[in-house]
Structure formats: structure tokens, C-alpha cells
Design a protein around this ligand. Structure first.
Ligand SMILES: *Cc1c(COP(=O)(O)O)cnc(C)c1O
Length: 378
């Protein structure tokens, strides 16, 4: 069997081990220390707006803390993009709140501003003004942030950006993760940069960053003994892992360039193939890190489905994956409210994510091209 070609695998830059070794050499083997502080500074500089970053154990824990800081409580409603990974929605339930799912629009595959408006109007008419909005930049593609921010401002609803897949992406030249009242990032093994596992919360003030760190370190009051006036969490990032993050920040833009060239590679493969559409930016307002490159297959034109192509690739040891299955179609959320049409559902049925790692070389690309074209022309 040929070696497996992965959808998105970790890609080290070179200096990660140096920073990890520093942690060992100085015995900062703890969920605090110089790597954690430096990694946060790197991220704050990179995001390039007046934001404050706290690094945490995962993107999921970051979203949980964002909801707590947004004062989301038992029985509150939270509006959440339906087409996403379950981690965008699960923390709503951790808080005892109710997720309300919103369809996507066709151009960015992210939260549809019209469906969002409709949901807010309907919820308010029922006397239940939603407490927060979670918008996702799926696969690195920025959502329609002008419209979404305007709606959130107009109704004074807290906006949380799930930028887990979108570090380095920009909308109108502003980085994803700096639009909302809060944003979250993920450094899981398959993301644009990785700390093996990890995440961060992005806030708009130093006080909120400090509050996030306080909650993430068991909410200890200022006292020599252990004293607590609030419920705390153990969500801080390890200083060992933050060392990996520091090394990754040195190569992030290079790796985004390579991910983007994967997108160009697929555009070229499918350029003359009717019924297959490669997903890319609508216009110059959008700059995607192209974390994953995706295609949409119209079976009525091609004669094959996304599942047919996925199984063919699998046979050749090439990993691909259907687009995210919308949350309103998930068994665990079957009772949740949903606003919108069938855009996300159709994307799920027709869409496929293709190998997109920044570490795919010419050898892998040649295999991918040959395997795809062989199948289409068979
Ligand atoms: C990966 C991901 C998360 C969760 O991040 P973890 O670090 O794995 O907890 C949340 N939302 C989206 C959209 C993701 O892709």
C-alpha cells in the first residue's frame, strides 16, 4: 500500500523543539510559563488589532469561556451557524443554554445574514431575545462580517467568532478573530497551526483576558490559601505545548501560502470538468487561509457523487471527507430550532474536502491529480 495522503496533518517549521527544550531546560513544565506568555504576544501581534489573547487547552474550552464571559446562562438562546463542527455548538449546552441554528449562504458557506435577521425577529417576538451569536469562518473562508456585525450591533447581541479554522484569513484586510466581542482559535493537530492540542480566546480588553485566565485556572481568589467565590475551570495551555505554538508562529504565513497553492492546484485539476466547483473567494474582500480545499459535485452533471469520488480516493489511500454535516441534522440536536432553507444541507450532500496540508509535496500532488483524473475520465 502506498503511504497515506492525509486531509490535513501537522507541519512543523523547525524551531518548535527548541522552544519545547527551553521549557524542559528551565523546568517550566506547567500550565504557565514563558512560552505561554510569548505565544500569546505572538498571536496578539499577528492579529494586528487591539486584541488580547489568552491561550487555553482547546478551541472548545475557549468557546466555553467566551459564552461564560458573555453571561450566557441556563435557558438563554444562542444563535449558532448550523454548518460547522459540533464543537461550535456543544459549549452552548454546557451552559444549559439552547442552541438555535442558522443556515448558511451560498457564497461563503457561512451564516446567512437574512436567516439570522429572521431568527432574531422571531425569537424577540416570542419574548426570548438571543444572548449571543456564534459565527464560523468555515474552512478558513471569512463570513459576511459587515452584515453580521451590523445585525449584532443593531440588536445589541454579543458576537462570538469561531475562527478555529481561520487564523490568518482576512475580511476587507482585517484578520478573522478581531471582529467579534470575542473570538476563539484552535491549535488542534489538523488546524492551520498546531500545538498538538490547544486553543485561545481573543478578547477586546486586558481585563477580559485576565478574567478568562482567572476562570481557566480554577478561579482562585487573591488569598494565600485556596479560596473561591466563583466556579473555575482547568483550561489553561501547557507551557510545553505553547513552545510548539511559538515555532509554528514563525512559519504561519509561509504555510498559509502553501495551503493557498493547494487551492490553486485543485482549481487547475477541475478547470475543464463540468459539474465540479472548487470553493474559493467571492471577491477581493475575502482572503481565505484555505485551511481545507473543498469541491461541490453536481451528480446530475458529472454522473458521480461526492461519495463515489471519496470511496475511489480511499481505495488509493487518499483521505477526503464530506463537508460538515449541519447541526440541525445531527441526532443530538434534533429538537433544536432552525432558521433558513436547505443551503447547508445541499452543501453537505454534494461537498467534499480534499487533501490540503501545507506539507504535501510534488509527489503527493502528482498522485492526487492522477487518481482524480483517472476516475473522472474512466
Ligand atoms: C476545530 C474546531 C473547533 C474546536 O477546536 P478544538 O481545539 O478541537 O477544541 C471549534 N470550531 C471549529 C469550527 C473547529 O473546526
Amino acid at each position: 500500500m502506498k503511504p497515506k495522503i492525509w486531509l490535513s496533518s501537522p507541519h512543523m517549521g523547525g524551531n518548535e523543539e527548541k522552544y519545547v527544550k527551553e521549557a524542559f531546560d528551565t523546568n517550566w513544565i506547567a500550565p504557565l510559563g514563558p512560552n505561554v506568555v510569548s505565544f500569546e504576544t505572538d498571536l496578539e501581534k499577528y492579529l494586528d488589532e487591539d486584541v488580547f489573547v489568552a491561550s487555553l487547552s482547546s478551541g472548545t474550552s475557549a468557546l466555553h469561556l467566551a459564552l461564560i464571559l458573555a453571561d450566557v446562562q441556563n435557558d438563554d438562546g444562542v444563535l449558532c451557524q448550523s454548518m460547522t463542527f459540533s464543537a461550535s455548538a456543544n459549549p452552548i449546552v454546557y451552559q444549559g443554554a439552547t442552541p438555535i441554528f442558522i443556515d448558511s449562504e451560498q457564497q461563503t458557506w457561512n451564516m446567512c445574514p437574512n436567516a439570522l435577521k429572521e431568527a432574531i425577529k422571531d425569537q424577540i417576538s416570542k419574548g426570548k431575545k438571543p444572548k449571543a451569536i456564534i459565527v464560523v469562518h468555515l474552512y478558513g473562508m471569512p463570513a459576511k462580517m459587515d452584515e453580521i456585525t451590523k445585525i449584532a450591533k443593531k440588536h445589541e447581541i454579543i458576537l462570538i467568532e469561531d475562527a478555529a479554522e481561520a487564523l490568518g484569513s482576512k475580511y476587507k484586510d482585517q484578520r478573522c478573530g478581531t471582529f467579534g466581542d470575542f473570538a476563539i482559535l484552535s491549535f488542534n493537530g489538523n488546524k492551520i497551526i498546531t500545538t498538538s492540542g490547544g486553543g485561545a480566546i481573543v478578547t477586546k480588553s486586558k481585563a477580559l483576558k485576565e478574567k478568562a485566565i482567572f476562570l481557566a485556572t480554577q478561579a482562585r481568589d487573591a488569598a494565600p490559601h485556596y479560596q473561591h467565590s466563583e466556579i473555575g475551570y482547568n483550561y489553561r495551555m501547557s507551557n510545553v505545548l505553547a513552545g510548539i505554538g511559538r515555532g509554528q508562529m514563525e512559519v504561519i504565513d509561509k504555510h498559509i501560502g502553501l495551503r493557498r497553492s493547494m487551492n490553486t492546484f485543485y482549481k487547475d485539476i477541475f478547470k475543464n470538468i463540468e459539474g465540479v466547483r472548487v470553493f474559493y473567494e467571492l471577491n477581493q474582500d475575502y482572503f481565505s487561509n484555505h485551511w481545507l480545499s473543498c469541491i461541490v459535485i453536481d451528480k446530475t452533471v458529472t454522473g458521480f457523487s461526492r461519495e463515489d469520488l471519496r470511496l475511489h480516493l480511499l481505495k488509493h489511500n487518499i483521505e477526503s471527507r464530506p463537508l460538515w454535516k449541519p447541526m440541525h441534522l445531527q441526532p443530538v440536536f434534533k429538537k433544536a430550532s432552525y432558521y433558513g432553507g436547505n443551503i447547508s444541507e445541499n452543501l453537505f450532500e454534494q461537498g467534499l474536502c480534499l487533501p490540503s496540508g501545507s506539507n504535501l509535496g510534488n509527489r503527493e500532488k502528482a498522485i492526487i491529480r492522477k487518481t482524480i483524473l483517472e476516475y473522472i475520465n474512466h
